[in-house]
Design a protein around this ligand. Structure first.
Ligand code: PLP
Length: 387
């Protein structure tokens, strides 16, 4: 049976070149980046080389990049670190953020901060003017994701950055899904903090980074030996950081070509599904969309059952079920774009990646309509609708 992995927004395989770059740092080059001897210098040089590679992907200065354990920690650091520094105030965010943004905000709300969660339109777009209207003199942070992990919608971060910059409010963006996939320039977009994860771009898991513009005021959330200029203490994950650096180098080299190829496959998939499966509806923006994201709703089909059935045919897809919304079964993102519980539960996500090819797309387009037809035969809600 063919195996087709289409869950690249959850995680990606480590690129073989990335793995090769990492290996020496598990064996002969085991020095800690903080040590003064030769072993230490090897580690330090590798970390600094990776810092350059990360920074060059977003037009930042290398000293503005800090390594963390991943996207979750970077988001927590940006949000809680800013809040601790400012002690009180308002944070403006959206209702479709990743749990690693939603949850720190929820925690801060319990601690007395005011959290404004802005809604989105039916495509998942945040209206920048709503952000502007929510700004008060107490506002300490705007945090809005660059691209949504579930429906792939790309937000107008340039406009949001401009608003934030004009009002002198720090702007943080969770760029975990967009980083390495679409061009980002932190200068151009007035971004003050930006979260990065390695394992979404063919690097290893458990490592990430945050861009913090020079002069941005925030406290650390992890205290210790003062690594990463005191922003993030703890012995650096040298092999992981090397892997992230290599993944960035490769992403920079391949971005143009990869984007073109991914968009092509994405559009074949979207068109094929729309044409061949009745009552199928694309979730997310038709154009302002990640090059690798496909998210569909199929009336009368439970997303979870569909993902399980696809798995039996060798296809790895996913459903979004964010418990953070308070609805254990429905995605807070899909509810935010206006779907009801049942509609939200009948959606699945297919996210393509570098190692997918036209044959994979063809296979999915062959299997998917058949499975949906089968599932609908036994679906009470579908059969009710047909009467
Ligand atoms: C995966 C993801 C994260 C979390 O990153 P980790 O490195 O897995 O902690 C944060 N935000 C978005 C949008 C993501 O897709």
């Amino acid at each position: 049976m063919q195996r087709v992995y289409m869950d690249h927004s959850a995680t990606t395989p480590v690129d073989p070149e990335v793995l090769q770059a990492m290996l020496p740092y598990f064996s002969e080059r085991y020095g800690s980046a903080s040590s003064l001897h030769t072993h230490g210098r090897e580690g330090r040089d590798a970390v600094e080389d990776a810092r350059r590679k990360v920074s060059s992907l977003i037009g930042a200065k290398e000293e503005e990049i800090f390594f963390t354990s991943g996207g979750t920690e970077s988001n927590n650091l940006a949000i809680i670190g800013t809040a601790r520094k400012k002690r009180k105030g308002r944070i403006i965010t959206s209702s479709i953020e990743h749990p690693s943004v939603l949850e720190p905000c929820r925690y801060l709300e319990r601690e007395g901060f005011e959290i404004i969660r802005l809604g989105v339109d039916k495509y998942g777009m945040i209206d920048p003017s709503e952000i502007e209207n929510s700004i008060t003199k107490d506002t300490i942070l705007i945090t809005v994701m660059h691209a949504n992990n579930e429906i792939g919608t790309i937000e107008d971060i340039r406009e949001i950055g401009e608003i934030a910059s004009n009002k002198n409010i720090p702007f943080h963006t969770d760029a975990v899904q967009s980083f390495g996939k679409i061009p980002i320039d932190v200068e151009d977009t007035n971004i003050d903090m930006l979260s990065i994860s390695s394992h979404k771009i063919y690097g290893p898991k458990g490592v990430g980074a945050i861009y913090i513009r020079e002069g941005t005021d925030l406290d650390p959330i992890i205290f210790g030996g003062g690594h990463e200029k005191g922003i993030r203490s703890g012995t650096e994950n040298v092999p992981g950081i090397v892997g992230l650096g290599k993944a960035c180098e490769i992403a920079k080299m391949r971005m143009k070509k990869d984007t073109k190829m991914l968009e092509k496959m994405r559009d074949i998939l979207i068109d094929g599904i729309s044409k061949n499966i009745p009552e199928s509806y694309l979730n997310g923006h038709p154009r302002k969309r990640l090059p690798n994201n496909v998210n569909f709703r199929f009336s009368g089909v439970l997303g979870e059952s569909l993902v399980k059935a696809l798995d039996k045919h060798g296809i790895s897809a996913s459903v979004a079920s964010a418990c953070s919304s308070g609805n254990p079964d429905a995605s807070h993102v899909l509810l935010a774009i206006g779907l009801d519980m049942e509609e939200a539960r009948s959606s699945i996500r297919l996210t393509i990646g570098r190692e997918n090819n036209k044959k994979d797309i063809k296979y999915v387009l062959d299997i998917l309509p058949r499975i949906i037809e089968e599932l609908r035969l036994t679906s009470p809600s579908w059969n009710k609708g047909c009467w």
